[in-house]
Design a protein around this ligand. Structure first.
Ligand SMILES: Cc1ncc(COP(=O)(O)O)c(C=O)c1O
Length: 415
């Protein structure tokens, strides 16, 4: 990958922060956008903007075609096996809420078990907590082992499953540890235990960084979010198996999701539109398709390799800094380019992650600090907060070298 060329695709990288060139290492929170995405959105508004699926005029036809073409592009990007299984949502969070609300309320009852993991983002915890509270179901969590992986080997996964387990909802990649969970193997094991258990995979941190084939993974539900994969904010995706989408009740209701409305009752539109009520984020879908094309031009294997090379380089450099602890799997093959760390002073006192991040910000370096919307995981790790860097296609080694110098500076200031 030609990193200089790639960097020139991202207009924001020309920015200076406090007079220093921007070093953006917060891609797991949201990624920056290449010109191809920005231009696709601009062109949509300048040339094709109209409401979709409604008008018979030319612009409405064009907008509808662009929106449905975007669905096709996303289906092919994640090898979904069919366009109608791709539902456009606002983000990954909405996709999970849709499943918890629509599938959950029809299928979960008192005493049932919902199995999550200790490394989930709040968006894959809170909707299930609410469902459990409403129905009297129970939440269970797969714990982590000492290498930041799920404790599922040697038959351990089965210990967390029971005849009451109705759904397993787990992240494909941890937003804090970078751990890539072996979701295909996990799903095979769950299906062997009981083929009726449904499985939701949260792919928010996987789709931007690793090749994803949903057909190969074979989950019942798979969600991801546009803004972390170089696309715009306000658009995400829920994939679900066709038979589930057909039997599920709608989540949000109103225009567009109906076939016919009478005064007293209505019938639902076909899948996927049954789950897309109201005017949709058409420009967002167009921008997301442009992001998928941009990534597909590199090939996700190459994206992963580039980001893994950076991860290896960064871990090597960071691990030479005294009193800096890196979290996540030791084995590079089991992680993506998300590196969380904490620093202590000579007496063992934690340098507050926000203080570290503020000093790095002064050097033009954007990193994330805090609980990363994963407070249960923070509790497991025994910390209140953590510093995190996360890579994308445009990052390079020079930025990591500058990060290391800035961390040394932060250590001196906070000593
Ligand atoms: C693993 C994971 N899941 C879900 C989400 C939620 O994404 P969004 O806020 O776009 O819905 C995030 C965001 O950080 C995430 O890292």
């Amino acid at each position: 990958m030609d990193i200089d060329k790639i960097r020139s695709d991202f207009p924001i990288l020309k920015r200076e922060i406090y007079g220093k060139p921007l070093i953006y290492l917060d891609n797991a929170a949201t990624s920056q956008k290449p010109r191809a995405v920005i231009e696709a959105i601009k062109e949509y508004y300048e040339q094709h903007n109209a409401n979709t699926h409604r008008g018979v005029h030319k612009l409405s036809e064009e907008a509808t075609e662009l929106y449905e073409e975007a669905r096709k592009k996303i289906a092919s990007f994640v090898n979904a096996g069919g366009n109608s299984q791709i539902i456009f949502t606002k983000n990954a969070t909405e996709g999970i809420n849709l499943v918890a609300y629509s599938w959950g309320r029809a299928n979960i009852k008192a005493g049932d078990e919902i199995l999550l993991t200790e490394m989930e983002h709040h968006s894959n915890i809170v909707p299930w907590q609410i469902l459990a509270k409403e129905t009297g179901a129970k939440l269970k969590f797969i714990p982590l082992d000492e290498n930041s992986e799920l404790r599922i080997r040697n038959g351990e996964l089965k210990k967390h499953l029971s005849s009451k387990t109705k759904i397993v909802a787990l992240t494909h990649v941890s937003n804090v540890l970078g751990t890539i969970n072996p979701v295909k193997i996990i799903i095979e094991e769950i299906r062997k235990f009981n083929p009726d258990i449904k499985i939701l995979v949260d792919g928010a941190q996987a789709v931007p960084h690793v090749p994803v084939s949903i057909q190969n993974i074979d989950s019942d539900f798979y969600v991801f979010t546009g803004h972390k994969m170089l696309g715009p904010t306000g658009v995400g995706v829920l994939y679900a198996k066709k038979e589930l989408l057909n039997e599920m009740e709608p989540f949000i209701t109103g225009g567009n999701m109906i076939l016919e409305v009478k005064k007293e009752a209505s019938s639902w539109n076909y899948v996927p539109w049954k789950f897309e009520a109201g005017t949709q984020n058409v420009s967002g879908a167009v921008g997301l398709a442009a992001a998928a094309s941009y990534l597909m031009n590199f090939g996700m294997k190459n994206v992963l390799e580039h980001e893994r090379n950076l991860t290896s380089y960064a871990i090597d450099k960071l691990s030479k800094i005294n009193h800096l602890k890196i979290y996540g799997p030791n084995n590079l093959e089991k992680r993506i380019g998300v590196i969380s760390f904490n620093i202590t002073n000579q007496t063992g006192k934690l340098l507050h992650p926000h203080d570290v991040a503020s000093i790095l910000d002064g050097e033009g370096i954007a990193i994330r600090s805090g609980h990363h919307c994963a407070q249960p995981l923070m509790e497991v790790l025994g910390v209140e907060g953590i510093c995190r860097i996360s890579f994308s296609v445009f990052n390079d080694r020079v930025e990591i070298d500058k990060l290391v110098l800035a961390i040394e500076k932060a250590k001196k200031i906070l000593r």
